[in-house]
Ligand binder design. Structure first.
Ligand SMILES: C[S@@+](CC[C@H](N)C(=O)[O-])C[C@H]1O[C@@H](n2cnc3c(N)ncnc32)[C@H](O)[C@@H]1O
Length: 352
């Protein structure tokens, strides 16, 4: 997982600046570290290779998003070429094929319109001064900026992930996973009146596209999501801060693979996002997202020790290289009597 991470395996100082995108309903989406290793917004390339490397890494991911259209169109173009390479007799057996390819082109365009918005707020994630790499920087760092097949797959995977977290179609899965966790949280703090839940601090490490964290904040708790993947951070910033109404955007999550489909036109199935208005957070509840590695952001800064009333993890524990580090950190940052609510068990524990 580390490949797309916001700290890239070293000091995550380059996220030391904080942008607070407040909505009317005390909803802030703060893509910053909760700590600051070196001053807000004051990093320069020559302050350390790690900052430079991280900036490059961020740029590579933005580049991957930016190349989405070309890459997806190229894949579709190849499908057409394959079609034309068939004997005419066989082409006639697939009368709707080319028309479907036209629709896939249009769907790629529609997805790309959203990706353009996703890439708009780059200054939130890297220092303003470093957002733009000049030509020399690009030339020098061409290798680090090279977008690979797996980077494009992550862009496509991010688009797909919107379905589970932020569309009506994802509801059954959310009901099965997120709902019981939120219910458990409410039950554990049932002695706190609903209007006072904002005083309770809940942390969701590995928050992905932010839906679980949103659902918790929506119930009135103050909730912070933490995430280290720039794919997730850019996409969650889009959904949480750049959508204003229910079903505002149409995405086509399934156009990138023609395998494992029942009917040919299934690839063109669309989804509307978001299924809720993400700015609808009750007054008194803080909602924020913090970029960076869970252990580094929370486990190493005293201000986080004993701060959290609850830590809620969903399919996060199995991302640990060393699960004991995760458990120790959770234990350290929970208040005395605080609760850890988890869904998803560690995989491959034996191997690790
Ligand atoms: C399997 S996904 C689950 C995401 C989300 N909780 C869900 O249920 O959809 C695990 C998430 O944790 C993030 N992650 C992994 N290790 C992390 C770390 N050390 N610090 C912060 N986020 C991390 C990954 O980027 C990924 O988004």
């Amino acid at each position: 997982m580390g490949d797309d991470s916001a700290n890239h395996g070293h000091d995550n100082a380059s996220h030391g600046h904080s942008h607070d995108h407040s909505h009317d309903h005390s909803h802030s989406h703060d893509h910053s570290h909760s700590h600051d290793h070196g001053g807000h917004g004051g990093h320069r390339f020559d302050e350390g290779d790690d900052v430079h490397e991280e900036t490059l890494h961020f740029h590579k991911i933005v580049k991957a998003f930016s190349q989405y259209k070309n890459s997806a169109m190229y894949a579709n173009h190849r499908r057409r070429t394959d079609f034309y390479s068939l004997p005419e007799r066989q082409q006639k057996m697939l009368p709707a094929y080319l028309e479907r390819m036209e629709k896939v082109d249009e769907a790629i365009e529609a997805n790309y319109e959203i990706i353009k918005i996703i890439c708009e707020d780059q200054q939130i994630f890297v220092n303003d001064e470093l957002v733009k790499l000049d030509m020399n920087d690009r030339a020098r760092n061409a290798a680090a900026l090279r977008v690979r097949e797996q980077d494009m797959e992550k862009v496509q995977g991010t688009i797909k992930q919107f379905v589970r977290d932020w569309s009506e179609g994802g509801k059954p899965e959310r009901e099965a996973i997120y709902h019981p966790m939120v219910q458990e949280l409410k039950a554990r703090f049932s002695d706190v009146p609903v209007q006072e839940r904002g005083k309770l601090n809940v942390l969701v490490p590995g928050s992905g596209l932010g839906r679980l964290a949103f659902d918790i904040a929506h119930e009135g708790f103050s909730c912070q999501g933490n995430e280290f993947s720039y794919y997730m951070l850019l996409a969650s910033n889009f959904i949480l801060n750049k959508t204003q109404s229910v079903n505002q955007f149409k995405i086509y999550p399934y156009i990138h693979s023609f395998s494992n489909i029942v009917k040919p036109n299934d690839v063109l199935t669309s989804a509307m996002i978001p299924d809720v208005n993400p700015s609808e957070i009750p007054r008194g509840a803080d909602f924020s997202m913090v970029a960076g590695d869970f252990i580094e952001v929370y486990g190493m800064e005293e201000e986080n020790f004993g701060k959290w009333d609850a830590v809620v993890t969903c399919f996060f524990i199995d991302t640990a290289k060393n699960i004991v580090d995760y458990l120790e950190t959770i234990h350290k940052i929970l208040k005395k009597g605080g609760v850890w609510i988890n869904a998803g068990k560690p995989r491959n524990l034996k191997e690790r």
